[in-house]
Design a protein around this ligand. Sequence first.
Ligand code: DC
Length: 215
Amino acid sequence: MKNLVIAIDGPAGAGKSTIAKIIAKELNINYIDTGAMYRAVTLKCLQNNINIEDEAAVIKLAKETEIDFRDNNIYLDGNIVNEEIRSIEVTSNVSNVAKIKEVRYLMVDVQREIGTRNSVILDGRDIGSYVFPNADYKFFLIATPEERGSRRYKELTEKGVQVKLQDVIDDIIKRDEIDSSREFAPLVKAEDAIEIDTTGKSIEDVVNSVLNRIK
Ligand code: DC
């Protein structure tokens, strides 16, 4: 049987990973968090004191790096870095790493390789528009910046991270701008993607909207 590919795209904090993980379980398929891959490269840059503005250095490092996503774990050169990639420092630098075309080529190769091996649901920014333009199903999740910021704020404060709500909202807006305006494979809704506004909706509601389209 042909592998199933489901793309879940949208801006930061729209609920993509939460929804994608549940759908993956429901359908018994693999889940790939493509944002985690860009975060892992960013983490390695920071660990190695690479200046993110120095594109050539970032590209060189990315070429010497092994990234994988398996069983809900992100691997950086063979080590699981699930926690480290969520730091505020990584979050505020990742969009500038993800805008580098050569870095994207490397990550997209890994994503396509995994996607052609198994049935998968991938969450990201360019999955339906660039990585898998022929995906079986494409969804584009959106929500207001205030709602997205509040969700991130809740996640962070529950983990004990001290932040201001407005700073989290501002950071999300800034990342959206960088992600949407980059030249290569920007954050964009694929023409044939189904848009779901998750503002004010429960996780269950959104999961059901997605599953109803698939089944
Ligand atoms: O989904 P996230 O917040 O973990 O994504 C981190 C960053 O990576 C985000 O700023 C945009 C970028 N990204 C991307 O450019 N393309 C993807 N397919 C996934 C994420």
